[in-house]
Design a protein around this ligand. Structure first.
Ligand SMILES: [Fe+2]
Length: 427
């Protein structure tokens, strides 16, 4: 028995001595860390339990590997959280089903790692909450075969009631314990109270730890990650983003590290939309758009996803409020299920830049088929299944010769993997 395994064994003996209810893992969710690791996060009532995950590819409960992590907890007035455990496991093989157990006790969970090659499927929706609509959205996402879930902010709508974070964690566990959830913050994660509670994101940062260190970020509120040929910029609207801010400087450097041969697709995600024709939150994204759009445009970011507005909308390729073949396609996907209701009022007449809009609950599906072509559609919630609307093919800017600049060289023909012999009409 190696030293590490012996240490794990001792920790598991500790776990065996705690009471059943207190050591039961709850609110299990996973997130990506680097190219071949996954962070497993869970909560126990007992704050003295070990942060250990046993895992393997056999479903029989025989685990071939284990990893040790750390735990944290936080106070929010009278509320005291349980132990919030974070354990990074790996290296893991791509596109593989793993079975795992948290803290040496409780049920066995399983997760599937993303593939190393295209195709790759994202489920994307923000503004979840805990309503019957949320439940329906999560059920529909579970029915689809997705690899990674992306959430552009507004998770639990706890709004300072910390028990709500716990019930949200329990609600999403069936989905979030099986596929990586990559999140960024929304306004409902801030949770400050003037004078009384000055530190924002206390619960969010403790519970939803993202792999910010791996992308050179100093904050859980902005980071990037790469998965199967896609570079994803997870931006923070509720932390400073203006020129010379830490986020701005980090973004500048992170963009320089993008290699379109390694990641032909680049996606950005933030909470507040920069482009919207909805009357809700009108103009709120302008300050961030003015600060960061130039950086994203120069990087030839393919798509930008936001929530906050509780509706669905897709724009054509835009830059600086004008149609631009080298700009990003902007999406609003804020219809996850929030209790605040849908944003039903759109401005009229409709802007020519807005290609499709409807105020519905649902989720988005982004199927990236290869280095050049992807398919997107919104899946409106319905009783028995979901209704697919606004299906559209999207072509990556990585191969666009007309978008070449001194800082952006498109991929050469030999790297291109032309889909359907160029027969589909992609944006
Ligand atoms: Fe919001």
């Amino acid at each position: 028995m190696g030293i590490l395994n012996l240490f794990c064994f001792c920790l598991l003996v500790m776990a065996a001595n705690a009471s059943v209810a207190d050591k039961n893992p709850q609110q299990v969710h996973i997130s990506l860390v680097g190219s071949d690791h996954v962070r497993v996060s869970w909560i126990t009532k007992d704050r003295n339990l070990p942060s250990v995950v046993e895992y393997g590819t056999s479903s029989t409960g025989e685990y071939t590997s284990s990893a040790i992590g750390e735990s944290t907890s936080y106070k929010y007035f009278c509320y005291q959280s349980g132990a919030i455990h974070h354990v990074v496991i790996g290296p893991l093989n791509p596109n593989t089903l793993y079975y795992y157990r948290c803290g040496g006790y409780g049920p066995q969970y399983n997760l599937k790692t993303p593939p190393s090659k295209f195709p790759l499927v994202f489920a994307i929706v923000g503004d979840l909450g805990r309503t019957k609509h949320t439940k329906q959205t999560l059920e529909r996402i579970k029915e689809m075969k997705h690899d990674v879930f992306i959430l552009p902010g507004d998770l639990s709508y706890a709004d300072r009631l910390q028990n709500v974070w716990d019930s949200f964690g329990k609600m999403v566990e069936p989905l979030a314990s099986t596929r990586p959830w990559m999140v960024t913050q929304g306004n409902h994660e801030v949770e400050i109270i003037p004078i009384l509670m000055k530190h924002p994101f206390r619960a969010y940062n403790a519970r939803w730890r993202m792999p910010y260190e791996q992308s050179g970020s100093i904050s859980n509120l902005f980071y990037s990650f790469e998965v199967t040929g896609v570079h994803v910029l997870m931006l923070g609207y509720y932390t400073k983003f203006v020129k010379d801010s830490e986020q701005y400087n980090w973004l500048q450097e992170d963009i320089k590290r993008i290699d379109r041969v390694r990641t032909p697709w680049v996606i950005a995600v933030m909470h507040v939309p920069w482009y919207s024709t909805n009357k809700a939150h009108e103009g709120e994204g302008e300050k961030m758009r003015k600060a960061l759009e130039e950086l994203l445009y120069a990087a030839r970011v393919d798509m930008v996803f936001a929530g906050h507005v509780h509706a669905y909308e897709r724009f054509s390729r835009v830059y600086d409020n004008k149609s631009d073949a080298c700009g990003s396609i902007h999406f609003t996907v804020g219809g996850g299920g929030t209790s605040e209701g849908l944003a039903l009022k759109f401005k009229e007449p409709k802007s020519e830049l807005s290609e499709y809009r409807e105020a519905t609950y649902g989720h988005g599906e982004l199927h990236i088929y290869n280095a050049t072509h992807a398919h997107w559609s919104w899946h409106r919630n319905a009783d028995e299944s979901s209704v697919e609307v606004d299906p559209v093919w999207i072509q990556s800017l990585s191969t666009s010769t007309r978008c070449a600049t001194t800082h952006f060289q498109p991929l050469k023909e030999s790297v291109n993997n032309i889909f359907l012999n160029g027969q589909c009409n992609a944006l």
